[in-house]
Ligand binder design. Sequence first.
Ligand code: FES
Length: 167
Amino acid sequence: MPPVPATYPPHLQAPGTSAAPFRPVGSIEDLPEGALRRVTFDDLDVLLAHTPVGVVATDDRCPHMSAPLSIGDLDGCVVACPLHEGRFDLCTGDIVQMPTTGGLDPDGVYHPTWSPAGREPKVDPPGKKAEARRVTRVRRLRYYPLRIVDGRVEIAIPLIAESVTRG
Ligand code: FES
């Protein structure tokens, strides 16, 4: 079956993209299944991911502390962040594994810092760093509408982002 755009939860569509023009970001041949790629529009970095259920475009910023997911690892629909071991399902937008630093999930539920099984939970020393970890919220993924036209991948990007580079 030829590659297709993957569906995503409609409420997770990136703001400002409903009426945005579609822009070409490369050939689908350069994005085989399992691949992750970054494309950049001015200061907007977008992740293209070819999952088993199709191709998605989302911010190339980890929902935790903005690390580039494009240099993470994709296993099925789940991308592993290169920092803090957070894992995110690109097909559903769900968190599969909270970052090891803990903090707030998108619903505001607190998760402690990760500790090895069988050990006492790690306690951060008091201070701003611990406070920052505690109140850092993992945001929800945001998706850009995507289509594949004559073998070319196109995504909807608001007009403010003009020039395109590929990473
Ligand atoms: S920046 Fe990705 S898990 Fe922390």
